[in-house]
Design a protein around this ligand. Sequence first.
Ligand SMILES: C[S@@+](CC[C@H](N)C(=O)[O-])C[C@H]1O[C@@H](n2cnc3c(N)ncnc32)[C@H](O)[C@@H]1O
Length: 197
Amino acid sequence: MSTLFSKIYDPIMRPLEKMRMGNIRERLVSQQEGVILEVGSGTGANFSYYKNAEKVVAIEPDSSMRNQSFPKVKNAHVPVELVDASGEHLPFDDNTFDTAIGTLVLCTIPNPNRALQEIRRVCKPGAPILFLEHVRVDRPLLGRLQDWLTPFWKRLCDGCHLNRRTLDLIKQNGFRVERIDKYYKDIFLAVDARNEK
Ligand SMILES: C[S@@+](CC[C@H](N)C(=O)[O-])C[C@H]1O[C@@H](n2cnc3c(N)ncnc32)[C@H](O)[C@@H]1O
């Protein structure tokens, strides 16, 4: 991950966050309780929205992203512990977490299947597993445009795939999907799933 990307991430996202994304994040995380795992927390865009958690353990492998998130750790309403780790290798015991959250992250993780298996392992049975992700859509024109753009986009946005079928991955890895909310012409999905063990 480039230092430049970490520096421009918040300014680029700000208009989106103000329009709708901030509300979607708030709806996703604010009611969650107990000890929460956040995967790929980036610059800490979700931290201010946690209101009821006992504690958030936020893993983020990129040091420049972690550095950008320090002020949001300090200003959060709940304790946030930042951990240098990748989603594919979570340094936690089985059944540690009450909830897992991932936002705009399964698009970037190099091995999303491995990360989803790790999330399953470290979360308690029945735990809410919540994602906000952009996905490849099934509409022919837009879907093909996502395929076409992905090689360039990946280079521009540090590994982000515009055309991942992330909902399929979530289901294939054994999570029970309870609810899906769709945004921005079905490109963004808020997925409320449960950890089936
Ligand atoms: C597009 S940013 C999203 C950041 C944040 N979750 C958000 O909602 O704004 C993608 C994040 O995934 C992180 N990431 C990349 N590879 C990862 C991996 N293997 N495990 C966990 N996070 C990873 C990146 O460092 C980056 O912070």
